[in-house]
Design a protein around this ligand. Sequence first.
Ligand code: MN
Length: 738
Amino acid sequence: MEIDLEKENKEILRRYRKLLRDAKPIMQEGDPQIIKKAFYTALEAHKDMRRKSGEPYIYHPIAVAQIAVEEIGLGTTSLVSALLHDVVEDTSLELRDIKRDFGPKVAKIIDGLTKISGVFDSRSSLQAENFRKMILTLSDDVRVILIKLADRLHNMRTLDSMPRDKQLKIASETIFLYAPLAHRLGLYAIKTELEDLYLKYTNTERYSSIAQKIKQTQAARDKFIRDFIVPIHDSLTKAGLKFTIKGRPKSIFSINKKMDKQGIGFEEIYDLFAIRIILDSESDQEKSDCWKAYSIVTDFYKPSPDRLRDWISTPKANGYESLHTTVMSSSGQWVEVQIRTQRMDDIAEKGYAAHWKYKESPNNANGKVSTKVSGLEQWIQKVRDMIERNDYSALEFVADFRQNLFNEEVFAFTPKGKLVTLPNGSTALDFAFEIHTEIGVHCLGAKVNHKLVPLSHKLNNGDQVEILTSAKQKPSEDWLKFVVSSKARARIKDYLKDDRKKIAAEGKSIVERKLKQIKKDFNAESLQKMLSYFNAKNAIELYIDVAKEIVEAKDIKKAFEAPVHVSSKRITEEVIAVNPDTAIKQIQDGGGLVIGDNLKSVDYSYAKCCNPIPGDDVFGFVSVSEGVKIHRTSCPNAVELMSHYGYRVIKVRWANQTDLPFQAAIHLKGADRVGIINDVTRVISNELKVNIRSILINTNDGVFEGKITLDVQDARQFDRLCMKMKTIPDIISVSRII
Ligand code: MN
């Protein structure tokens, strides 16, 4: 294909000029020159590079800068960094060139971005370690993460040109870490788009069917909103409020989640959208204006008393401020109404950066500064505390960190009325550790609202908590089962680790004494003998077993009597360590795994967690001991597998012909009438000639629910069967069980 370079250059300049236009409001004196320099530096550096799609590479940094400015609301330093974000990584330019030409601030951001990018492609290390590196940069400059999110968003938007296995891997990382991160940073719009794109690439069919239905119902929604506004419009105006009202549909991802979770169809979701009233308020009138609007709305529509959420008096930790209520519309449908000001809406959509704008911008209208120190800053401080502990294993870190990302807060008070903020689901023990490590370590129980409760008692908003301690009390492994905050977890683990060290030291001296007694030297060779004989992973483990008398001291001499003995466990571990990589290489070199072909060299089986059948969208996962496991891309474990062990994921496709039947299971719901089971089994075995393996039926109050396991040929046959079953009178729902 011939490339029209002249046309391409024109397009590059057009995109650059649009970026400049949109950045105008944030620019200060001297900025246009720096931006221009950054653009031409990036253009020159990437000049011979193209993206997978064939487009000039420079489109990407321009797009990332555009997102940073337009969708996150970042300033010139970030814009410049976004334009240059890939040059140190991918071109001959070096960090010191950037520092010389653009100063230390930009260089530091680029350095952070370079450190955390690329590592995802590495096959050798766990993704978790890379996530950790990424989060580490949070403590330097949060802009690194924001630009990384912009980078990821653009890559997700252009995922079409990537090969299928890369798509799945990138999409999984996105849902595993980037979307929650965006959520925590309050970047609601970006989070939603990332989630929707994830669904688009992992469950394309479902995605397009929901998208289409949203479109089809648009007109009805618009009419509903028009009708809803009619009575309140005049009153809001008479009250002197300036406002706009819009209807916000739920995201495709969250609709899908709801459909899955509740096992219902699109048509059955009643809260498909919320009505949002955005007020144009003076900054000292914001709160009272919002409540004024609330009062007017509820004059006309009855609110549900337990659905009022006031995030204006107490904003969420990610900075979100809004007043939510659910009211009964005149058509008898509950509808959520969100009331907020323009400033609050900006923060809700653009998050942290918008927050900055209101807090720090020197050009802020009449120099007003929002006085609320955001919970977000407190959160970043907590993250810093967490990552500064470098003895943490990367996997533990990521697990704890993700928990923190998703958590909302619970507010509790000390007996003296001091407010303590904890992650949702926190227990009395979390509270104790939040106050002080010593109090946590010795925590015996608590009094919540003057009533005695155990350590594991979950706290509710507004609880007053008094911690009871005892000098004799100390942490145990069990405690980890019910603490939620990363602080408490970390402190308990620290304590247990120290405790293990003490126990191990005790065990070691027992071993030493025993060896002396049987006249054996204490050296590497004798240690190896004992490890093999007792099948212990390492010396510490052995010492602890001895101290706890799991291994009896008198048996130690047996280790030296036994013939040369190599534990079977050891051998398998070594084999495992070699296997996956060679297997992956063989398969990738062969262009992916084709199921059903007589590829004798590759040992594969179907994952029990999702039971794939031919025709399903699938991927292969190279397991350590059982060859390649075939999973569905919609498998509940897929995200974790792909994001943690992306390098073990291989491309898999179905051969056209398979002879063996596959097992699949159907979940059925219906009205319990005479003969219905007979109708169901007749459809299955007579009309479609499918073999039934098992049937399990429960009836309750006139409704029956059943699980039927069948032998089918492929996904197409299965879908046909489901459709046919839906036509049986009194059947309410038919779905596939994973
Ligand atoms: Mn990039």
